[in-house]
Design a protein around this ligand. Structure first.
Ligand code: ADP
Ligand code: MG
Length: 441
């Protein structure tokens, strides 16, 4: 038997102290304040964010902390415990698309985007001030748990507070959900334009707008969000996260290819996004009818198949998006209508929904990987109610809904399966719905 490796969420106090110590060691002075923002895991609604669908993420207890002090000038200097070395400094005028590379682009992009969105200016027209930053994180980097958004969002709430510190009349954006949505827009802009990653916006929205104890439903057409009680713990269950620790393979071009395929299908259907081809509350029959119509249009040659795609791959993209919209709608319905706590049938249905999502991502959308499939298969075989890959795919993490008393056994079974297949050891953590980006001290 292989002993599973757990990554418990470290104590907040220790993390705050670690960020402050790094600040002191790096800059030789005390920070003014410490801020943090969570990583996330998406329960259901995968690869639907850029297709106008609804996603259902929750914030992890694992967070990125940033200790901060204002500077006299407008420059930004940053050090990270996860990227050891001398601090990196930049002038805001040197930050522009294509001009910052590597991990600091996720940091420097945020004040750039906040300035771009006029989020710094208050009554006195204050610009985004300069700052020294020291970062440390317990969100695994590159595991599909959104360390990138945790970093951007912790930096965003820090600059929000710095701007209000300079101008007492400027309201803190972080003090309202509407303001937080605006900060999320800036973080999305930073990730898209400065870090050069074309992510859809779920990660920044949950990191800034999560509510402790709830998952969040986010309608990606307008980013309106609503907390939803899916109280896994009260039902004696756990949401186990399996970080495969597999390197992201084939990522270059693969997301873009799927996105282009979906955009092309939406154009062919004359709708803004694939989700718009469905009614507000579609049924299984509606989806089947639309798929038949799609097939008929393809057969008659009325539908162009874009370069790099086949009739079968395009059908798979369309079918995944529409069936995932149905699964997400079903999940939200299960827990919106139920008097909490939800009963066993609701949890069994959620398990089936997770399984259906994985199978669709593997067979129709084709973004799974051998490690993700192994994790999901082993978790299901060891008694999970359901399991699926989560996040973009091609590596990263999977989730499994398990009875609390089975959590160790499921983790061991996955660790065994990885050892048998010759994969490196995975890591495990428990997803407990946590709070949004905040000031800690
Ligand atoms: P994910 O968001 O799933 O973790 P990404 O590839 O989107 O994966 O983002 C990971 C990248 O974000 C890292 O390679 C690094 O450049 C940057 N990053 C995230 N957290 C930190 C951190 N604490 N310190 C330095 N860089 C970080
Ligand atoms: Mg990311």
């Amino acid at each position: 038997m292989t002993e599973p490796v757990w990554k418990p969420a470290p104590n907040a106090r220790e993390q705050i102290d670690a960020a402050r110590s790094l600040f002191r060691e790096t800059y030789g002075s005390e920070p003014w304040a410490v801020f943090s923002a969570p990583g996330r895991v998406n329960l259901i609604g995968e690869h639907v964010d850029y297709n106008g669908g609804t996603v259902v993420p929750l914030a992890l207890p694992h967070r990125t902390y940033v200790a901060v002090a204002p500077r006299e000038d407008r420059r930004v200097r940053v050090a990270s415990a996860e990227e050891p070395g001398d601090p990196v400094i930049t002038n805001p005028d040197d930050v522009a698309p294509g001009r910052v590379h590597g991990w600091t682009s996720y940091v420097f992009g945020v004040p750039w985007a906040m300035a771009h969105e006029s989020l710094g200016s208050g009554a006195n027209g204050v610009e985004i001030p300069g700052a020294d930053l020291a970062i440390c994180s317990s969100v695994p980097l590159g595991a599909g748990l959104s360390s990138s958004a945790a970093l951007e969002c912790s930096v965003a709430v820090a600059f929000d507070a710095l701007a209000s510190r300079e101008d007492a009349d400027r309201p803190l954006l972080a003090s309202s959900d509407e303001g937080r949505a605006r900060l999320a827009t800036a973080c999305i802009l930073a990730e898209n334009e400065i870090a050069g990653a074309s992510t859809g916006g779920m990660d920044q929205s949950i990191s800034l707008r999560a509510q402790e104890g709830s998952v969040l439903t986010i309608d990606c057409r307008d980013f309106s969000s609503r907390p939803l009680q899916i109280d896994v713990a009260s039902a004696g269950l756990s949401l186990l996260v399996i970080d495969t620790r597999a390197p992201h393979r084939l990522v270059d071009g693969q997301y873009a290819k799927r996105r282009e395929g979906c955009d092309s299908a939406a154009r062919a259907l004359d709708v803004p996004t694939l989700r718009d081809a469905l009614d507000e509350a579609p049924t299984e029959d509606d989806v089947q009818r639309l798929l038949r119509e799609w097939d008929a249009a393809v057969e008659s040659g009325a539908q162009d198949i874009p370069a790099g795609h086949t009739e079968a791959s395009m059908r798979g993209l369309v079918r995944h998006v529409w069936t995932e919209v149905l699964r997400t709608q079903k999940c939200v319905g299960l827990f919106s209508d139920a008097e909490p706590p939800a009963g066993d049938p609701a949890w069994a249905s959620l398990g089936e929904i997770l399984n259906g999502s994985h199978d669709s991502l593997r067979d129709d959308y084709r973004v799974s990987s051998p490690e993700l499939d192994a994790a999901v298969d082993a978790a299901r075989a060891a008694g999970a109610l359901g399991a699926r890959m989560t996040g973009g795919g091609f590596g990263g993490s999977a989730i499994a809904l398990v009875r609390r008393e089975h959590m160790e056994a499921v983790a061991s079974a996955v660790a065994d399966a990885f050892a048998d297949a010759g994969f490196g050891p995975p890591e495990f953590l428990e997803a407990l719905p946590s709070g949004a980006a905040r000031r800690d001290v």
